[in-house]
Ligand binder design. Structure first.
Ligand SMILES: [Zn+2]
Length: 203
């Protein structure tokens, strides 16, 4: 059995917090713009600047950790809550491309659809994204954290790029997020199986 909630009910639910209630972050939800791999706004008219309260609290721990160590840096949220219907559109957009490995199958559900995953990077003091070696949603092996040591040795990623990724991971993991092997920008809040079992999926 899976528990669900409609996107339209989010704003009135105490389970979720709006991203603008989190101090010290910047927000650029790429799927709410045409600056994404599908090339169009997938979120309008829904406001997807939401996280589950647990993920929102964890993101506040990221902000605090960075403020104490690297006050020159600011987290930039690239994606947060992604309703099931949008996950389905992304999945369909990648059908036949060989790139569906970069998405959770909508049948099983993305952790984003529970408001418990974040796509995130870091901005420097002048508001520029740190160089992570690839951009957000660059669906190539170069984006895979699991392979970055090899790319460093081969000279396809440099020390600074890998150091920037490690810093992002350190900031996220100490707050309770868990990274994945294929995308440097994606983090789940806690155990993904637990999330699928006990949190409500946003449709
Ligand atoms: Zn993600």
């Amino acid at each position: 059995m899976s528990l669900t909630v409609a996107s339209e009910e989010i704003a009135g639910s105490p389970e979720f917090r709006h991203l603008t209630s989190i101090a010290g972050i910047e927000i650029d939800l790429r799927y709410a713009t045409d600056n994404n791999f599908v090339g169009r706004d997938l979120y309008s008219p829904f406001d997807c600047a939401w996280l589950h309260v647990e993920a929102a609290s964890a993101l506040e721990r990221v902000v605090a950790w960075l403020a104490a160590r690297r006050p020159d840096l600011t987290p930039l949220v690239l994606d947060a809550l992604r309703p099931q219907r949008v996950q389905q559109q992304l999945w369909d957009a990648l059908e036949g491309t060989g790139l569906q490995m970069y998405l959770a199958n909508p049948v099983r559900g993305s952790i984003h659809s529970y408001g418990m995953a974040l796509d995130i990077t870091l901005l420097d003091a002048s508001g520029r994204e740190l160089d992570m070696g690839t951009g957000f949603d660059d669906m190539t092996n170069l984006s895979h954290p699991a392979l970055e040591e090899g790319f460093l040795v081969a000279g396809q990623l440099n020390e600074e790029q890998v150091a920037n990724r490690r810093l992002l991971r350190e900031a996220m993991l100490q707050a309770g997020f868990v990274g994945i092997n294929t995308e440097w920008w994606h983090f789940d809040c806690g155990d993904r199986d637990l999330v699928r079992r006990s949190f409500r999926r946003v449709l």
